[in-house]
Design a protein around this ligand. Structure first.
Ligand SMILES: [Zn+2]
Length: 300
């Protein structure tokens, strides 16, 4: 029996190594990787509301989520809008002591509604406010609502960004989502210049926002709605080599109305439980910067 177990463990390890080699994350051959991120923006993002009417409780109380990361001693990337950085520079400096701060665009406008000039201006505005606070360039980018295309990818590459994390490679077929286009690789990859949903020779790394079987995401709103037992079952079907645990700053804030189930402190508890569970499943938690470094080392 023991010999059998040892053999099957060896086999699983071999398969993992093989997958890891294919994904470019060889150093993590024995560990599955979980990219942890938070989109930090105004509450439930209201781009049509004038700026002065928006609320920022999620940003002001971000420590509710960060305390969970802290307690588990895990890294994370915070994709913060330029508007949030402008409004809360001191808070952002505090977060940056432990967490990577990356771009969630300046004004959180959907890229498909913007001209090339407007996109460039938005990136310029972002880089300016970021440099003013952190005295360096941002490394990563996530598009609002995950709407991204090859033009934006080229713009990001030209501006010196090292990675993008916008592409949703799978999505539950029964839900329509503006941020999901077509299938894409499920693990980090260098995109093609002609189609950013395919592998190619661009210098910028795509860290896809990968979920579980059938594309079920590990996103804040899904975590609040899907029973924990269902998630456990999904991991029994397949525990992917690469997953992305992501949420919004406002998931931890209590609000009423549509999509409010399990918001506030309940969400914080679910998050804590999920991270604990992922640890038992042997996931290694990483932020974007570290994935870029690991990818480069492994590719060398
Ligand atoms: Zn957003």
């Amino acid at each position: 029996m023991e010999i059998q177990n040892a053999q099957s463990n060896e086999k699983i390890l071999g398969i993992r190594r093989e997958i890891a080699a294919k994904t470019g994350l060889k150093n993590m051959a024995t560990k599955k990787v979980c990219f942890v991120s938070v989109d930090v923006e105004d509450d439930r993002n209201h781009p049509l509301k004038p700026l002065h009417q928006r609320t920022w409780e999620g940003v002001e109380n971000l420590e509710k989520i960060l305390n969970v990361f802290d307690n588990h001693n895990i890294p994370a990337t915070l994709f913060v809008t330029g508007q949030a950085l402008e409004r809360f520079p001191e808070l952002a400096k505090q977060w940056s002591k432990k967490y990577e701060i990356a771009s969630h665009s300046f004004a959180h406008n959907f890229l498909n509604t913007m001209s090339k000039d407007e996109r460039e201006q938005d990136l310029e505005d972002y880089i300016n406010v970021y440099k003013k606070i952190f005295k360096k360039m941002p490394c990563g980018f996530r598009a609002p609502s995950h709407i991204i295309d090859k033009e934006q990818m080229k713009l990001l590459e030209n501006k010196g960004f090292l990675y993008d994390s916008s592409i949703v490679p799978r999505f539950p077929f029964f839900i329509k989502y503006r941020g999901y286009r077509k299938k894409a690789p499920l693990t980090p990859y260098y995109p093609s210049r002609s189609n950013c949903r395919k592998k190619g020779d661009m210098k910028i790394l795509e860290i896809p926002v990968s979920g579980l079987v059938l594309g079920v995401p590990l996103w804040g709103s899904f975590l609040r709605y899907i029973p924990f037992a269902t998630y456990k079952d999904l991991f029994k079907v397949r525990a992917p080599m690469f997953i992305c645990l992501t949420m919004h700053s406002w998931d931890s804030v209590f609000f009423r109305g549509i999509k409010s189930k399990n918001c506030g402190n309940r969400f914080v508890k679910i998050l804590d439980k999920m991270i604990y569970f992922l640890k038992t499943k042997n996931y290694k938690f990483m932020n974007g910067e570290n994935i870029v470094k690991a990818f480069k080392i492994d590719k060398a």
